[in-house]
Design a protein around this ligand. Structure first.
Ligand code: TRP
Length: 335
């Protein structure tokens, strides 16, 4: 049997933060080194256009996200690391899948439904501000996945539905035109913590409560000091499980360090002291990559070369698959 394929994409909008690091980047970097699976990681820049209409932001985010992954040690020789827009077969496949995807299925996609509901709540027309890009987002994502016959798709919970839609579309295609696509499955890691942000809500770009991944030491310290805490004084026992400080600690600490900090909370560690220790822990993990990150930002040609090489590896897979699919639907030379 051939190796299992793992594939995931990262939308290139925004600057990566600690939540992205803990939830997606760190596990993917680890997985990129495994030789018993084939892993595919890509920058979903076509997806970015759905949310972000500012060209400079899309461009900058692509650079920052690529630099982050490489700086943190993504094994770009073992894994295939590429940019979605370098694979012309992806939008091509998307059209074929569009012709198989039920509109009713897309009507049920969470992101689209949420926009419709917001419009209705605001008394607007249901389709106000909704682009075809948003509506057909799950089909583009299906093309990303099916293009490489990926089996396992590591994603956050919010993306499970999209992977199931990809599976549904693949099944319809296979049923109608014969077996062409592997059926993908979402891989959701229950051990991966959903980090809280500065205000205690989920760390997310959309709440503006993030701690960016690569800050200078001074800025990192400042952000950590801004994490919301309660008014308990030094010496008063504190509840670790409701504290963002403890939660971020846990995401970076060994189990022993976590138990030690739990005891410190029970002993009434001062918030200032807990934050100081948190800064040191996070900083120690990120400091080596921070220098590489800065160096890479100043050497975009180096990143571009890595992406070009990855694109070539990816196209070696997507080109033949697309040729088969074209033939399968009846698009082939007449003689
Ligand atoms: N939509 C995903 C997100 O916002 C990113 C993504 C695009 C993706 N294509 C993908 C993830 C394919 C997994 C597989 O997080």
């Amino acid at each position: 049997m051939s190796k299992q394929r793992i594939l995931t994409g990262i939308t290139t909008s925004g600057t990566p933060h600690l939540g992205n690091y803990v939830g997606a980047i760190r596990p993917a970097v680890e997985a990129s080194k495994k030789t018993d699976v084939e892993s595919f990681y890509f920058l979903a820049d076509y997806h970015a256009l759905i949310k972000c209409k500012n060209p400079d932001d899309v461009h900058r985010s692509t650079l920052e996200i690529a630099a982050s992954w490489i700086a943190l040690g993504l094994d770009t020789d073992n894994a295939v690391f590429y940019r979605q827009s370098d694979i012309p077969q992806i939008p091509e496949l998307m059209w074929f899948l569009n012709c198989m995807a039920a509109k009713g299925l897309m009507n049920r996609a969470h992101a689209y439904k949420a926009s419709v509901q917001e419009n209705e709540a605001a008394g607007e027309d249901a389709d106000f501000g909704i682009t075809m890009g948003l509506f057909s987002y799950p089909v583009l994502m299906a093309a990303d996945i099916l293009m490489f016959n990926a089996h396992q798709i590591p994603v956050g919970r919010d993306q499970i539905q999209h992977v199931e839609m990809a599976r549904d579309i693949a099944q319809r295609f296979n049923h109608h035109y014969g077996e062409h696509f592997a059926l993908p499955q979402a891989l959701v890691d229950d051990d991966v913590p959903l980090l809280q942000g500065l205000d205690g809500r989920k760390m997310s770009k959309s709440y503006g409560n993030t701690i960016p991944l690569f800050l200078t030491e001074k800025q990192l310290k400042k952000h950590i000091n801004k994490i919301k805490t309660n008014l308990l004084e030094p010496g008063e026992p504190k509840d670790p499980d409701s504290s963002s400080v403890f939660q971020i600690w846990q995401a970076f600490a060994t189990p022993q360090q976590t138990e030690a900090m739990r005891a410190e909370f029970a002993n009434g560690i001062a918030w200032g002291e807990a934050k100081k220790q948190l800064f040191e822990l996070v900083n120690a993990e990120l400091a080596p990559a921070r220098e590489r990150y800065q160096a890479l930002l100043n050497a975009p040609a180096e990143i571009e070369a890595i992406l070009q090489a990855g694109g070539e590896k990816a196209r070696a897979q997507s080109q033949p698959l697309m040729d088969d699919v074209r033939r399968a639907v009846g698009i082939r030379p007449l003689a």
